[in-house]
Design a protein around this ligand. Sequence first.
Ligand code: SAM
Length: 393
Amino acid sequence: MPHIKVKPFDTAIVEEKIPHSELLTFRATSYNRGDELWGVVIDQREFLLQVKKFDDEVLIKYDKVTRPLKVNLLKEALARVAQELNLEIISSNITQHKESRFASEYEKQIEDFESIVFPFEKVSVEVGFGSGRHLLYQAKKHPDTLFIGLEIHTPSAQQVLKQIALQGLENIWVVNYDARLFLEMLPSNLLEKIFVHFPVPWDKKPHRRVISPTFLAESLRVLRQGGRLELRTDSNNYFWYALETFFAVPKIEVEVRKNEALEVTSKYEARWLKMEKDIYDVYVTAKEVSEPKEPISNFNFNIVKYQKGIEDALPKKAVVEEDYFVHIERCYKINKTRWLIKCSFGSFDRPEHKYILLQEDGCRYFVSPPVKTSVNAKAHQKIVELLSHVERH
Ligand SMILES: C[S@@+](CC[C@H](N)C(=O)[O-])C[C@H]1O[C@@H](n2cnc3c(N)ncnc32)[C@H](O)[C@@H]1O
């Protein structure tokens, strides 16, 4: 990731440059450690640079939480900082290259689903599509249906986006995100099918499995009446685990098949077929129309604002509740009444990492609010509570 190493200098000089700079917006110093965060803005995109001071050099690099998707923006910010501050570069890796990330209109971000319009009447989802063989096949076979493919492995997601372009398909969206949290973003009664083909069995860490009571409940909510969740697995353990999970629900229609040949064989499945392994299908049909999804409120802080002493009063350890947590990791001081608070919170599977900009006249997430999920909403309420509690001191 882009960085520059420069000869040691007094980082406080940034303060003098900020009022005249079109790039630098603020300098925040760590409350109890030596490192700093500098706010920058390029092309109307705000993000942070991290500054670490060592005896013989200063390292200026990207900040993981706020980094822009376009790496070249980061490189430009680093180059301009070095120029504006007249820094002596020891080494760097900020030569601009053509972006290697394959950009496609068919790639969607999780946040897009907060207000997305589905351009097809029929919508199906595939969880963990891997090489994408099944996803591409289904999309070709059903041009009237939108297929949303979820995959946490970025290279696989990129590969399938390239295939979509090559094959000229217009009915696939790819989301590089954890499927366990994604379904929550969808309205009720939307989906025709949810395919979960050969999920990772996670025999030693069952809590990481895609199928769970929560996933089942969310699946039944987002499937239309008569829609189907289709699990296909080569794992005996997973098969029995799934059946147990499904049968724990009072009224449910479950169908089981063994060694059923599908029209398309995924790369993964082909391997098991060669080894003559048994393959199980478990289908769950949604029998009822579900209630509409509860709206999630906006992540604003209303009356929360900076109060003296906040930096000392916030909890040092993570606050852990049954289904979410909040961890205030670090406080950075911009000036006496303006602070940046680094925190992680939300679900244990896919935590959010954010900064909160806390000032005398209000408070906001920097640079953008968290994804609108119910665990994030609960965690946000806890953060508001923690910051308000401090106010009473
Ligand atoms: C064993 S592979 C099967 C791939 C493909 N379905 C097939 O049949 O060849 C499991 C895939 O699920 C993906 N995966 C695992 N957990 C996931 C999750 N929580 N959300 C989305 N994808 C996930 C993995 O990255 C991997 O590509």
